[in-house]
Design a protein around this ligand. Structure first.
Ligand SMILES: C[S@@+](CC[C@H](N)C(=O)[O-])C[C@H]1O[C@@H](n2cnc3c(N)ncnc32)[C@H](O)[C@@H]1O
Length: 345
């Protein structure tokens, strides 16, 4: 059997994707058990590493060798005396003792999303969210805000997933015509901090709900940027936004339905001066909705989390922003599947 390109027809993609949860759960469990943190910069035998993590002997070689085969661990030698150690990637991004740790999002995915995605079928048939709301009746953010340690874990997770994109945005966007920025839904103040570090002429604010303010202050202080990043509290469904030359929203619009998205776009328009820039940083779906798998899966994740919330394309963003009065548009690719879509007033 041949496919349209005269290549042999195989079910490889079907099987790889159908069983991708095996690989995913193996990596997520390794993060949960802190395999990469326990290894740090050391090399250990399977027996030593298994004992340190409390793993039953039956699981040791399958678990660690599976991680080797997937490229998440290195191994010197074969058999019982073989030594396991971190790859450059896992040693950098999945060792909790490193500043560069970004496993927070994977911890959250393992603790929450893995189970909620088990109900994808129900979400597709009902259009209803499948997260904590099913047990508590409360939307995700409300549940998070009731439990500060959990909120801090979520904010840490957001930092990990957003870092590369915010650094790329701070480096690629042309700030030369602007002297102020306000990041809306700024969480730990990460975006404002990355811009403040690179652009001395830009006065930066981070805006989020009052419950997030102490968390943002802590992170801004950790970066030594108390004098450069102002932490402002408010609710974007009750208050206006602070005025600034550049208004940014990182992974905010995708959390809401169309009516709320348009409300946020109108607020941004009102806060900007003529020539000001409204920048959203999102996993923009390609306009034909054929290629950005991550953006499309993120949109299904918004169904799981919120029901009527969804991700969108640059063309969608442009049409909503034109309605609000914006006139010029641009897309800047950031890290991986993420981009900045920019609307100029
Ligand atoms: C998905 S997180 C994005 C965090 C950050 N911008 C990033 O991309 O890493 C959404 C943020 O919106 C904030 N948020 C939710 N509802 C809000 C509201 N009504 N007013 C202000 N901020 C809100 C949350 O507290 C949270 O920090």
């Amino acid at each position: 059997m041949q496919n349209q390109n005269d290549q042999p027809l195989t079910p490889g993609n079907i099987l790889r994707t159908g069983l991708a949860f095996w690989n995913s759960k193996t990596l997520l469990t390794a993060v949960e058990f802190e395999v990469f943190t326990v290894l740090g910069d050391e090399k250990m035998t399977g027996e030593e590493l298994g004992a340190a993590l409390g793993i039953h002997p039956r699981g040791i070689s399958d678990f660690f060798d599976g991680l080797v085969a997937m490229g998440f661990l290195e191994r010197d030698g074969n058999g019982d005396q073989a030594l396991y150690y971190n790859t450059e990637e896992t040693g950098t991004f999945l060792d909790k003792n490193k500043e560069t740790y970004l496993g927070g999002f994977l911890e959250m995915a393992n603790a929450r999303l893995y189970r909620f995605w088990g109900d994808l079928g129900e979400a597709l048939k009902t259009g209803k969210p499948q997260n904590e709301i099913k047990k508590t009746g409360k939307p995700m953010f409300e549940v998070l805000y009731e439990d500060v340690p959990r909120l801090e874990q979520f904010m840490g997770a957001m930092r990990g997933i957003s870092m590369g994109n915010f650094v790329a945005f701070a480096e690629k966007f042309d700030f030369s015509n602007y002297s102020s920025l306000c990041d809306i839904g700024g969480a730990t103040g990460l975006l404002a901090s990355q811009v403040a570090k690179r652009h001395e002429n830009v006065a930066c604010k981070t805006f989020d709900l009052p419950v997030v303010e102490p968390i943002a202050r802590k992170w801004v202080a950790k970066e030594g940027l108390e004098d450069r990043v102002e932490v402002v509290s408010g609710d974007f469904f009750k208050d206006g936004l602070p005025k600034a030359d550049v208004i940014t929203m990182g992974m905010i619009l995708h959390d809401w339905n169309l009516e709320d998205k348009k409300h946020l776009i109108r607020l941004a328009y009102e806060s900007l001066p003529e020539g000001g820039a409204f920048c959203v940083i999102e996993n923009l779906i390609d306009d034909d909705r054929r290629e950005n798998v991550f953006g499309l899966m993120m949109s299904l994740n918004m169904l799981i989390e919120f029901g009527d919330a969804f991700d969108f394309s640059a063309a969608d963003f442009e049409s909503w922003c034109r309605e609000a009065g914006f006139t010029r548009f641009e897309v800047i690719p950031l890290a991986g599947p993420c981009s900045a879509a920019i609307a100029y007033k």
